[in-house]
Design a protein around this ligand. Structure first.
Ligand SMILES: [Zn+2]
Length: 353
């Protein structure tokens, strides 16, 4: 009697308990990839990067108020499982980038802040209240980034591909330049300048992230003349897999010389229903023979279907939307990545170069 009960117990252990335990062990040991979330802040910017070791870097924080901070915190906490944001980069001082900081910092702790330097005097395109709120939140302890700087993110776990976050532009300068460099600098055969941009967009921090063979460029709201200097005489960035289209896809940015130089396979536009994803930018992206897909956070309601990407590649169709995000999941070995719109259950896999 006793021994048959023992046999039964052993059988249960063998058939039920052990497989559960070992599958948990496998799940725990499974290597993790790198995730990037493009959060819908209605034509502002908020890009959350989560490393295989669980460290996080948020680039920009959307507009002031509850809506954008709430959406960022929801993705960070509920989707990515974060308890804090380790690093927060504000690319420049416009309200659609710096605005979310004070509210977001109340929803989730933010440990380190980075920017291109607090302005000594307020320019016409800057609003004191948002910069003051930022200073108050950071306690004046933000780090000023210069071209060539790196944000160090721990590389664990072992054997995970090399991870590097490098600043290629900041404060109107690109890597390798002196502070006296003029904004407009003729270069190359197809050089075409636009009027000097006196706005803070030109000072945006541009970040190149590499994770093994995967490469991603986020240039904030960099504009035409600075973009040209990233591409000529030297192609500073090189080919990338994914391009967060500059300045929400506005045509005063996205110089074809830069797009030709970085040859993106996938372009993601953080536009709003009535902001960005403009026609010249759209044509420039489509002209790039290596481009495989364009994603938009919003359908551009000011134009036709022809100047929007395919429906399955648009995260939010209507102006009053749910704030759906786009997720980029790079495989642990960095050889491929999947772009998905989880709310629409749509995903597509791409190979890195
Ligand atoms: Zn912007």
């Amino acid at each position: 009697m006793k021994s048959s009960l023992m046999k039964k117990l052993l059988k249960i252990l063998w058939l039920v308990v052990l497989p559960i335990l070992s599958s948990q062990a496998i799940a725990q040991a499974a290597p993790k990839g790198l995730d990037i979330y493009f959060i819908d802040v209605e034509g502002g910017a908020a890009t959350l990067i989560v490393t295989p070791a669980g460290h996080s870097l948020l680039i920009d924080t959307g507009f002031p108020g509850e809506r954008d901070a709430g959406r960022i915190a929801r993705v960070a906490v509920e989707v990515a499982g974060l308890k804090q944001i380790d690093h927060c980069v504000i690319t420049h001082w416009h309200r659609d980038h710096v605005g979310g900081v004070p509210t977001l910092a109340k929803l989730i702790p933010i440990k380190n802040y980075y920017d291109h330097g607090l302005p000594p005097t307020l320019a016409a395109d800057m609003q004191a209240e948002f910069i003051d709120a930022y200073k108050q939140t950071t306690g004046g302890g933000s780090v000023t980034l210069k071209p060539g700087d790196e944000i160090k993110l721990p590389r664990a776990p072992k054997n995970s591909p090399m991870l590097m976050v490098r600043v290629v532009a900041a404060g109107g300068m690109v890597v390798g330049e002196q502070s006296s460099a003029p904004q407009i600098r003729p270069c190359g055969e197809n050089f075409e300048s636009k009027a000097e941009d006196a706005s803070d967009n030109a000072n945006s921090i541009g970040i190149l992230l590499t994770f093994g063979s995967f490469r991603f460029f986020n240039g904030g709201d960099l504009t035409w003349n600075i973009e040209d200097r990233l591409a000529c005489p030297k192609n500073i960035i090189g080919a990338v897999d994914v391009f967060q289209v500059n300045h929400h896809g506005v045509d005063s940015s996205n110089n074809p010389s830069l797009v030709r130089a970085i040859k993106p396979q996938v372009a993601i536009i953080d536009n709003g229903p009535k902001k960005g994803a403009e026609s010249h930018t759209f044509a420039t992206l489509k002209n790039n023979p290596e481009l495989q897909a364009i994603y938009q956070l919003h359908r551009n309601l000011r134009t036709t279907d022809k100047e929007n990407t395919m429906a399955g590649y648009i995260a939010n169709e209507e102006e009053s939307c749910q704030g759906n995000f786009i997720k980029l999941a790079i495989e642990p070995n960095s050889r491929s990545y999947t772009v998905s719109i989880p709310a629409k259950q749509i995903s597509r896999r791409f190979r890195t170069r």
